[in-house]
Design a protein around this ligand. Sequence first.
Ligand SMILES: [Zn+2]
Length: 419
Amino acid sequence: MKLYNTESRELETFDPQGKPVRLYVCGITPYDTTHLGHAATYCAFDVLVRYLEYRGATVNYCENVTDIDDDTIREAPKRGTNWRDLGNYWTAHFMRDMIALNVRPPDHYPRATETIAEIIEFDRVLIEKGCAYESGGSVYFSVNSYPKFGQLSHIPKEEMLAIANERGNFPDDPKKRDPLDFVLWQAHAPGEPSWDSPWGPGRPGWHIECSAMNFKTFGPTIEIHGGGADLVFPHHECEIAQTVNFTGEDYFARIWMHAAMVGYMGEKMSKSLGNLVMVSDLLKTYAPDQIRLFLARHHYRKPWEFTFDEFRAEIAACERMQQAANAPSGDGAVMDVSDARARFEDALDNDLDSPAAVRVLCELADTLLEYSDAGRNVQAAQTWFRRAAGIIGLRLGAYGPEARVRAGWETHMMRFPTE
Ligand SMILES: [Zn+2]
């Protein structure tokens, strides 16, 4: 199959057959509810995971929780709670949304606060290798020590600072040698949680958390690294700089995949703008299959704009697919799906073109209903149809999410206790 690699800016051949695929996708920062933009990202990677499995790969999937970060620390007191309870509460909430949407759970679900020892070791080695420096109890990565910085985002050096500043960088931090240097370890500030380190008490920087969780789970290299497109720079750019300098390997992830942002009312859907469509609100009125089908209508790499009109238009398509999956089978000639199957696989082989794959499934649903009416044997066709629809997460009338989905997320949930 072909997958678009953000780093090479090309479609690259990826042969998953019979091989283990180590996949890491950046997870949520749990200080608020899951909106449709998050769901679009995690459902896109769910399609990837499920299709790789369909193709015969063994997917070893890791998604993290950024449970200690500027956002959780800032938001907790505003809500009369502490960062840990806030994080547990919203992570559990996110997991319930993922269960409802029938998203295959990751095999590993590390939280940053379980990875502090590895983060400190990462920082120590980076200082030893001359890529990082201690300053006033904090540790920074020296961007100038790594000439390939920018290899993923392809952003010209002179434009980097403005973008980094919009995304959490503090250019005026007097302890930094260069305004673009990013923090690996942040010295303790009053009212913040802290851990002991060789540089005094403090907490990890955001980017190093993912490098360390990734390394702890998978070792020096992985096949695919994913996340939302807003993470390309600086987050993933910084992850590469940290990891390759730590491991000494010439690459970190073979392929970098990024899910496009979802817009609503003319802007990117985001907490700060307040233009959010919450998954849990949609689930009060609409079926999970409808949300999954609607999301799969959009190619993961193309930004799109949410409208309720388009969303509601999926109700009919969803019902038709459900009818087709459950239509009576006769004892006439056996329906053949080999053509639909080839077109469906071609679509997903082509950089996960789920909109094209959904069109194949909708056509197949029509044919299934027609053939069922004509008394033909559609049993085998329905079996494949269900399997294919399952790749985009559809349940087609089966009660609730798959058992493995519920069981997997509920196991992770035990590490996020809420009252
Ligand atoms: Zn990350």
